[in-house]
Design a binder for this molecule. Structure first.
Ligand SMILES: C[S@@+](CC[C@H](N)C(=O)[O-])C[C@H]1O[C@@H](n2cnc3c(N)ncnc32)[C@H](O)[C@@H]1O
Length: 243
């Protein structure tokens, strides 16, 4: 797993392995889709349960897991985050993911509360969500000023009724969402901070250009001013060991 999010997850898995050697960390990936995160985590040796409302996504997940040789470590479960307790035991997962989920659900507070409830005491919850300010900038640069204005002023950070997303967040709203659910924020960083702004001619410059972009991205991810304009915001927050 690469990128800022990948690095944080790899470190968390290493921490879990050190604490309980010989037993695969249990990961619950809610809204895990076709396994963009679940399959790499299974390749790290985690036992990953993917809960997703879409049967098509789960079928794609199974194909991907088979192709990667980790079919036995990935369990697909059709279910809704709003009824997570029906398909995932409470207080159990070593690591819970909700990536690309908060921006599409009906009620973000309820969704994050469900992620927290599924996490074992002391376990981490990883949330990756669409950033509001990157969308404002990109619409502005494209000359779509009415949409940029709506993204900036709409309480949910939407550009209008045709917006496929229910909301976009910024650092403050993501922090509040997690902390109000009783999670302790440990990491808040940008994902896709600068790479989207790199001109195509530079990006196509071969492996050394790709390396330079990746290094720039790594340096930019934790910088507060830059993460506000990241395409996605990533948070790792921990459920307190007691409570
Ligand atoms: C944008 S995709 C993200 C997939 C993956 N987590 C990733 O980061 O690549 C959102 C996923 O959430 C699922 N989803 C949407 N609403 C859901 C809900 N209420 N409960 C569970 N899954 C949901 C969708 O089916 C889809 O697979």
């Amino acid at each position: 797993m690469t990128g800022a999010v990948g690095r944080v997850l790899v470190a968390e898995v290493a921490r879990l392995r050190e604490r309980r050697p010989g037993s695969p960390p249990s990961v619950l990936d809610v809204g895990g889709g076709s396994g963009a995160w679940a399959v790499p985590l299974a390749r790290l040796g985690c036992a990953v349960t993917v809960v997703d409302s879409s049967p098509n996504a789960l079928a794609a997940l199974q194909r991907r897991a088979r192709e990667s040789g980790v079919h036995d470590l990935v369990t697909p479960v059709q279910g809704d985050v709003d009824a997570l307790a029906e398909v995932a035991p409470p207080d159990a997962a070593d690591l819970v993911l909700g990536h690309g989920l908060v921006e599409v659900v009906d009620d973000p507070d309820r969704a994050v509360a469900a992620l927290r409830a599924a996490a074992a005491p002391g376990a981490a919850v990883s949330v990756l969500v669409a950033g509001r300010h990157a969308a404002v900038l990109s619409r502005t640069l494209a000359g779509r000023l009415a949409e940029a204005r709506a993204l900036l002023t709409d309480p949910d950070g939407r550009f209008g009724p045709d917006d496929a997303l229910r909301r976009r967040l910024d650092a403050a709203t993501l922090t509040a969402l997690l902390e109000d659910c009783g999670l302790r924020l440990e990491v808040l960083q940008g994902d896709g901070v600068l790479d989207g702004w790199v001109p195509g001619a530079v990006r196509d410059g071969g492996p050394s250009a790709a390396r330079a972009v990746a290094e720039l991205e790594e340096l930019a991810a934790p910088v507060a001013a830059l993460r506000e304009v990241a395409a996605r915001l990533h948070a790792l927050a921990r459920r307190p060991a007691t409570g």
